[in-house]
Design a protein around this ligand. Structure first.
Ligand code: K1U
Ligand code: ZN
Length: 173
């Protein structure tokens, strides 16, 4: 398994729509392992392939985040939201591609998602709570959308400027 570098906003690759995966093979399984390792190492509760510059529609997540919780890693290929609840939920979101910036985002409280698993089987499940927030945040990454795109333009600009400064500092070393 290999730790992959996470792209930091602003980066044109984070604004692109990822491509559907045709079939599951060993390369995809290795990519899933790398993504889970990268997510746990960050640490984070989700990661979408475009965040590591892979433009495939694949995401990983594990929202069982209590310290003593049993890990519940999930790998979703070609995920699609097939139902959303009327009820909405507000959660203070973060993003591994926008480090140390958090903001409240309102989304459907429950969603039903269909996807292909690593055995190539179609799965369908209803998510609520943090799992629902996380799966929507990750599917947005596959569509080139970031949580800051839900914010007022001024707040979004402020965060983008902070990230540009961070990237300049990181490049200087
Ligand atoms: O997609 C990402 O950038 C990962 C992101 C997922 C996410 C967080 C919050 C709401 C929706 C989606 C993160 O994992 S940010 C880090 C984080 O939330 C966290 C890290 C360690 C423990 C608990 C949470
Ligand atoms: Zn994110």
């Amino acid at each position: 398994m290999t730790l992959r570098k996470i792209l930091i906003h602003p980066d044109p690759r984070l604004k692109k729509v990822a491509q559907p995966v045709a079939s599951v093979n060993d390369d995809m399984r290795r990519l899933a392992d790398d993504m889970l390792e990268t997510m746990y190492d960050a640490p984070g509760i989700g990661l979408a392939a475009p965040q590591i510059a892979v433009m495939d529609r694949m995401l990983v997540m594990d929202c069982a985040k209590e310290d003593d919780a049993t890990p519940e890693p999930m790998v979703l290929i070609n995920p699609e939201v097939v139902w959303t609840s009327e009820e909405r939920n507000v959660y203070e979101e973060g993003c591994l591609s926008i480090p140390e910036q958090y903001a409240e985002v309102e989304r459907p409280a429950e969603v039903e998602v269909s996807w292909m698993d690593l055995d190539g089987k179609t799965r369908r499940e209803r998510f609520d709570g943090l799992w629902a927030t996380c799966v929507q945040h990750e599917i947005d990454h596959l569509d080139g959308k970031l949580f800051i795109d839900y914010l007022r333009p001024l707040k979004r600009q402020m965060i983008t400027r902070k990230m540009q400064k961070l990237k300049r500092e990181m490049a200087r070393g």
